[in-house]
Design a protein around this ligand. Structure first.
Ligand code: ADP
Ligand code: 5GP
Length: 206
């Protein structure tokens, strides 16, 4: 069995990354979502261990000291980090792992850790639509929405450092593009689109 690949996905908050990933994970086999640790408070409807592992700052600091994070960053005033052990375990099982991380975390992986990872950027179709989506989610107070909108400009400026750019205008089309990227990358690794390894011995013998 070959090791799973790392797909790193970034977007300004509200662009629709979580919505897209939920659809992708439901539609394609052999994919895993990396559940990050964060000091942010859970939003209504979020549960510990599903969207995030919600931890306090001392716990997060302890994990940093123990080098438990593959990467970590402060985003919109909260700390977020990717567990090294969890990713390793999923990749070892042959699962392709999706990391939903911000542009700072992606930079760390690209420059120092995982140049072989595949980097995808999700953009909203316009600033006005980004603002509308952030408000329509209805889970963040006004000052948080403002902070996320301000940060979005800085994040969008990094889009050209990614391997793929997907504009999330119509959801179905964006999901299709995302699926296409994963399938193409799996073919590059000489694996079947469903994620199963090709039995090369069988091919050679037949
Ligand atoms: P992110 O994870 O990037 O912060 P979400 O997935 O939470 O963003 O999406 C933000 C809001 O926008 C949600 O209310 C979601 O239902 C909505 N949304 C996502 N994609 C689309 C789309 N293509 N068209 C319209 N609304 C969308
Ligand atoms: P949210 O609070 O809306 O769930 O996420 C805010 C931002 O933090 C998003 O850009 C998301 O991609 C990013 N994020 C989530 N988990 C991680 C992580 O483990 N590392 C980094 N660097 N960013 C993360």
């Amino acid at each position: 069995m070959s090791r799973g690949k790392l797909f790193v996905i970034s977007a300004p908050s509200g662009a629709g990354k979580s919505t897209l990933l939920k659809r992708l994970l439901a539609e394609l086999p052999n994919l895993a979502f990396s559940v990050s640790h964060t000091t942010r408070a859970p939003r209504p409807g979020e549960s510990n261990g599903r969207e995030y592992h919600f931890v306090d700052r001392p716990t997060f600091a302890g994990m940093r000291t123990d080098q438990a994070f593959l990467e970590w960053a402060e985003v919109h005033g909260n700390l977020y980090g990717t567990s090294r052990a969890a990713i390793e375990a999923q990749q070892a099982k042959g699962l392709d792992v999706f990391l939903d991380i911000d542009v700072q975390g992606a930079r760390q992986l690209r420059d120092y850790g995982h140049p072989g990872a595949i980097f995808l950027f999700i953009a909203p179709p316009s600033w006005a639509e980004l603002e509308r989506r952030l408000r329509s989610r209805g889970t963040d107070p006004e000052e948080t929405v403002q902070l996320r909108l301000n940060n979005a400009r800085r994040e969008m400026a990094e889009a050209d450092r990614y391997d793929y750019l997907i504009i999330n205008d119509q959801l179905d089309k964006a999901v299709e593009a995302l699926r296409a990227v994963v399938i193409a990358e799996r073919c590059k690794a000489r694996r079947y689109p469903n994620g199963q390894d090709i039995d090369w011995k069988l091919k050679v013998d037949s």
